[in-house]
Design a protein around this ligand. Sequence first.
Ligand SMILES: [Fe+2]
Length: 405
Amino acid sequence: MIKRFFTWIIMVLFVSLGLQAQQPTRTIPDVSPVLLVNDPLSIEETIFYAPPYLQNPVDGGITVMWQTHVPTYSWVEYGTDKEQLTVARTLVDGQVICNGLHNKIRINGLEPGKTYYYRVCSQEILLYQAYKKEFGATARSPFYTFRLPDEKETDFTALIFNDIHKREATLNGLYDLVKEIPYDFVFFNGDCIDDPATEEEALYHIAMQCKKVNASSHPVFYLRGNHEIRNAFSIGLRELFDYVGDKTYGAFSWGDTRFVMLDCGEDKPDSTWVYYGLNDFTGLRQEQVGFLQKELKNRAFKKAKKRVLINHIPLYTQSTREAFHPSRDLWEGLLKKAPFDVNISAHTHHHAYVAKGEDGNNFPVVIGGGNRLEEATVMVLQKKGKEMTLRVWNGKKELIYNIKL
Ligand SMILES: [Fe+2]
């Protein structure tokens, strides 16, 4: 009887120890992650939600964003030499922004044309009190690289996806078609994180999409489509990005090419009952009249060798002439003579090409496809020297447009 009792005690001990070994604990020893490769869950896996993603690579700076599973104090270590790193962190009103799950850290004063190494670091905060703080383990990401172009640089390659509508298989299929092409940055031209209900849902898809296009090393521009304005988390979505100029529309230069991004808002009038009076995109579109007027006179725009206009809802097509088209009504006067080389749009789920002049457009218009792989498209906008080209593949691996711009 006594022997059986001891055998039972030993079994209980084994089972409980085994369970403890499998569960990640919040208190993790601060040791090099390299030593933990055989552990069930490394410090990095316990702390980081996903790899970092680069945003807003303008004006000699870039924003590094990432999220964590636990509250942390986070910073970025960066430099042109991995042995001589500078620390960047977010300070507001003299205080480090920490003890949360979201990290948005701006690095400024970067030298164009130089390759920078960086890694993100997050130290768990176990206790944050007025007079006492306790810290846990520090997770460090691998080193990634980025590079900002010199203003005279002539070459770039950008990938453009649109209307993914959170379909992982569509993005995977499209990316497979272009993955051998080296690229500098990526646009998601709207309706890619559609109708986000919760932060959890939005984060999952941003992480999935950013990981797919390797946004840790290639900056990503998320343009807002009409579906990013819908559902409960649509209001919070902007916190997961760092928009150029902190607005959903804006302009930036990549080398000697100027990009202008416009936000067309919703695709129905503000008075439509499903919006419950909570939208004023009439005002937002009007605001962009002023922005466009200013941008078209801007020195950076004028001296650019090529100019690209990108927006989600098409401004030019026969269908928009007959339907609700407030953006066109407001902006077409300004765009009539604007020297853009191409306008890239999305939204209709039917790819299309509108030749210059066909619909009052002063530049060719290319509209991307839909969300099912068979009808979806991926675009490669490339500039080499003075020549800019736009190639568009559909999900059936067919090169449907190959346009010299
Ligand atoms: Fe759309």
